[in-house]
Design a protein around this ligand. Structure first.
Ligand code: ADP
Ligand code: MG
Ligand code: MG
Length: 895
């Protein structure tokens, strides 16, 4: 039979699925020979069995007794032994650390008799009663469900009565009295005496940990973080060591390096004469770890040594919890420590230099999300004080503005030029105007998939969600913080969407050093060098090329500075806006070929200049130019506005402008119920004579101009929204004709590859046919996602995506991260069949997914040649393309 219980000496780090992170790492430290109090871990198997049946799995009690006997033998004391009791801690620990799980219960094994024995054996009455009151308090609240505030209040009352500034000023008598009070509270609240049987205490604590797996907060957290509900938690049972035995004892927490910056050194806090979480609970002022060096040099030196051992062994930043019992150091927990993005890059570089990890491992330990975070301006950390609130960092960036409590107020103040932060309990589609007007959105409910989070990310707006402890009172136009501070409308707040912190007042912003480096290529010190090294290594590894989506020479130039290897998507539609919209209007309204040609001829030189500038910025690199894609009425005035204007004119008894009437007719004629699926893309070229020829001529003449100027223009022409090879065949013939004409006229041979977007399911499914006419493919994954799911992005995201995410229809929006099962399948079919028809077919992607880390990994495994994304995402895509190519990750999902 598979055991349910493992001694620390039987486990190891790799067994975290079974032993939880905490249990596995305690076992690992034991194997390393570090001073870990003996103990054992009840596995997640036992938890799953318990949760499935609702009863203690058969055999578990016997296994626990057997392992307990071993701990007792090693200690030379027994649980419940009256003259010198063995005490235990019972600790929860799942595969992933998560809030909402049962808190650790310390000092299990004390009862009304053994507390006296403990006093005698330790020589300290005070210590014994302090331990007992802690047990009643922790067991009472976490296992028996008593409101912890009742215990806290009783303790506060006693301190007041005794005029004790903190708990160390209470003596043994006070604490003995407190135990009686606490036991009374337990009886009153539960109708049950505090259990006097130590084995009963142990058993109940273990089962309570199992049950806490399904606690409301834990479930909510797992749903938000996409952690499976079926993993279960382990329970670690361990001999107690005591930090509350007087001034030569204490408990502390430490990091092997600074988790904020990655700088080397020991970072942490220590609190003398304290147990458990006292050190981080703020009950007394903890001292920085450096002061322990004076207080207890021997323990400090040992601690340093153990931390070095751990760092060398884990080859990473570790965080630890320790306790000193009368000058003896005990290690109580370690894990690979959480860190900021800055620390992640800095550490990766440092550990490589120290020879602890390879450059490949260093690259594996950083990621594109972290890099993106470092590219935003951030609050100047030297200027921030205590946060007002802490929430889920839902959409990165830093923003400052005055708090407002509804959408209308946000819009009103923003229109008057004020910067505002929209504060809501949670947002709904009604809040959209306010979200658009605000610098940042702050909510007190919901997580990464809430409406506020999804919409804010879509808009690139700073967002902090689910700020715990904020009570938002929209009616009173204020919110109350956890500490009871009231923040009225108009108060200036600083919201950090990268860390989730909200600060009072306007915290100064510091430019991103990483952004400066990317713009100038000038390396400064610290994190910039670390980022540069990671990017360089990624560039040597990656197989995917990275291009940018850029429509202007400025964007093209920036993309190039950021390392883009060309333009994967140059949209021509913006070239038809502004002043030029009138020319488009003339073309649309033209009654005959001559009129249309005139209008097109006027557009030609303008477009040619645009292309010339872009080709110059990207000289020598490919520039994929997409022919006009959107429905033409997007270039005309709004139908309702026109109609209203004409009606109003007529109502005044005046004659409407005939041009306006003509326009209205045209707009009405061209009105579409569903323009996304209407006359757009390749369809435009097939029905509007001269449109394709004009655009291609503009491209070709730009190529000629650049060639004559001594440049190396590499324009490619891309046809959007093709569903059938016939469409492409017809359009391509027109393209080739226009290219040939310009070549003949100029005497400069213009050779532009002609390819197509794959953005309709039919295109993907008939890619073999389409490849006969296409010299390259580029997946338009935005439209491909819309058409595969039948989602109109603008309609669905704000309306019901948060509900879909909450209900788990998908774990992340398919517009953010490519849906591998559906859209991804179409991509694979098109790659396979396209290349079968045309070996060596160049294939890329130009949807926003090209800059999404998870999607980049997919495109790598799907065998694409390049990804193209917005200029700002180019460094992210470079990094992730390199990570996707790391040995050992080939073919695997990064999810
Ligand atoms: P968390 O999951 O919140 O980190 P832990 O199980 O680590 O909870 O317990 C919290 C604290 O309780 C530890 O940091 C340590 O100080 C204390 N603790 C746990 N087990 C023991 C023990 N066997 N002896 C002394 N203190 C302990
Ligand atoms: Mg801990
Ligand atoms: Mg498209």
């Amino acid at each position: 039979m598979v055991p349910y219980v493992y001694d620390f000496r039987e486990g190891r780090r790799e067994m975290a699925d079974l032993l939880g992170g905490k249990g596995a790492n305690l076992a690992e430290m034991t194997r390393l020979g570090l001073p870990v109090p003996p103990g054992f871990t009840v596995s997640t198997d036992a938890c799953r069995a318990y949760l499935a049946t609702g009863t203690e799995p058969p055999g578990l009690a016997a296994e626990v007794s057997r392992h307990l006997a071993a701990v007792e033998a090693a200690a030379g004391r027994r649980l419940g032994q009256r003259d010198d009791p063995l005490l235990l801690s019972v600790r929860s620990g799942a595969r992933f650390s998560m809030p909402g799980m049962m808190e650790t219960v310390l000092d299990i094994g004390l009862d009304d008799d053994s507390v006296l024995g403990l006093a005698k054996a330790s020589g300290s009455d005070r210590f014994a009663w302090d331990s007992y009151r802690r047990l009643v308090q922790m067991f009472g609240s976490t296992v028996m469900g008593v409101d912890p505030a009742l215990f806290a209040r009783a303790l506060a009352l006693l301190k007041e009565e005794r005029e004790a500034p903190d708990d160390t000023h209470l003596d043994a008598n006070d604490l003995a009295r407190l135990v009686e009070t606490f036991k009374g509270i337990v009886l009153d609240e539960t109708g049950e005496e505090f259990p006097q049987s130590p084995t009963d205490q142990l058993r109940r604590a273990i089962l309570a940990v199992f049950r806490s797996w399904n606690g409301e907060r834990a479930r909510l957290y797992r749903r938000r973080e996409h952690i499976g509900d079926d993993l279960g938690t382990a329970v670690t049972v361990q001999r107690m060591v005591f930090g509350n035995l007087g001034p030569d004892s204490g408990s502390g927490v430490a990091f092997t390096r600074d988790p904020a910056t990655g700088r080397p050194g020991l970072y942490g806090d220590y609190l003398p004469d304290a147990q458990g979480e006292d050190v981080v609970a703020g009950i007394r002022n903890a001292m920085p770890l450096s002061e322990l060096e004076q207080l207890d040099p021997r323990s400090y030196a040992r601690l340093r040594g153990h931390m070095e051992t751990l760092e060398r062994h884990y080859r990473d930043l570790c965080d630890i919890e320790f306790t000193i019992e009368r000058g003896t150091l005990w290690m109580l927990q370690t894990r690979v420590g959480k860190r900021t993005a800055e620390a992640a890059f800095t550490l990766a570089a440092q550990l490589t230099d120290e020879g602890l990890i390879t450059a490949d491992e260093a690259l594996a330990r950083v990621d594109g999300d972290g890099l993106a975070r470092l590219m935003f301006p951030a609050f100047d950390t030297s200027a921030v004080g205590e946060p007002l609130a802490q929430g889920v960092p839902a959409s990165p960036g830093a923003a400052v503005g005055a708090a407002v409590f509804d959408s209308a107020e946000a819009v009103r103040r923003a229109a008057a030029g004020e910067r505002v932060v929209l504060v809501r309990q949670e947002t709904t589609p009604d809040d959209l105007p306010g979200m658009i007007a605000a610098q940042a959105v702050l909510t007190s409910r919901g997580g990464k998939t809430s409406h506020a989070a999804v919409v804010a990310r879509g808009m690139g707006k700073v967002c902090v969600c689910g700020a715990d402890g904020l009570a938002v009172d929209t009616g009173a136009r204020h919110f109350t913080t956890r500490t009871g501070a009231v923040v009225e409308e108009g108060t200036v707040l600083s919201v950090d969407g990268s860390s989730g912190a909200v600060y009072p007042g306007a915290v100064p912003l510091a430019d991103s050093a990483v952004m400066r480096f990317l713009e100038t290529s000038q390396r400064s010190a610290g994190v910039v060098t670390a980022v540069a090294r990671a990017l360089e290594h990624a560039d040597t590894l990656r197989r995917l090329e990275v291009r940018a989506n850029a429509d202007t020479p400025e964007d093209a130039a920036r993309a190039r500075r950021f390392g883009a290897q060309g333009i994967g998507l140059c949209r021509t539609e913006h070239m038809f806006l502004g002043e030029r919209r009138k020319l488009v209007e003339r073309m649309i309204l033209a009654r005959d070929d001559a009129g249309r040609e005139q209008a097109l001829a006027a557009l030609l030189p303008l477009q040619r200049q645009d292309f010339t500038d872009i080709l110059e910025a990207m000289d020598g690199l490919p520039v994929t130019i997409r022919l006009l894609d959107p429905p033409l009425h997007e270039f005309l005035p709004d139908r309702t506005e026109l109609a209203v204007h004409i009606a109003a004119t007529e109502a005044r008894g005046e004659q409407p402008d005939p041009h306006e009437r003509e326009l209205l007719d045209a707009v009405s004629r061209m009105h579409e119920d569903n323009p996304m699926l209407g006359l757009r893309g390749v369809r435009l070229g097939l029905v509007i004579p001269g449109l394709v020829a004009m655009q291609v001529r503009a491209v070709a003449e730009a190529v000629v101009a650049r060639t004559r100027a001594g440049g190396t223009p590499r324009a490619e022409i891309m046809v959007p929204l093709v569903g059938a090879v016939e469409e492409l065949r017809i359009e391509r013939a027109e393209v080739e004709r226009a290219l040939a004409e310009v070549s003949d006229e100029s005497g400069v041979p213009v050779r532009c590859p002609v390819g197509t977007m794959i953005e309709l399911p039919r295109a993907a499914l008939t890619a073999g046919r389409i490849a006969e006419e296409a010299e390259f493919f580029s997946f338009g994954t935005n439209d491909l996602t819309q058409t595969t799911w039948g989602f109109s992005r603008d309609d669905v995201e704000a309306a019901f995506f948060s509900a879909y995410l909450d209900k788990g229809v998908f774990p992340v929006s398919p517009f953010e991260t490519l849906d591998r099962d559906g859209v991804g399948r179409l991509v694979r079919i098109a790659v396979t069949e396209g290349r079968a028809a045309r070996p060596g077919l160049k294939i890329g992607v130009c949807g926003e997914h090209g800059g999404d880390p998870d999607s980049v990994h997919f495109f790598h495994t799907a065998g694409l040649d390049y990804v193209s994304c917005s200029p700002f995402r180019v460094p992210v895509a470079r990094l992730e393309a390199g990570r996707a190519a790391l040995p050992g990750t080939e073919g695997s999902d990064s999810r």
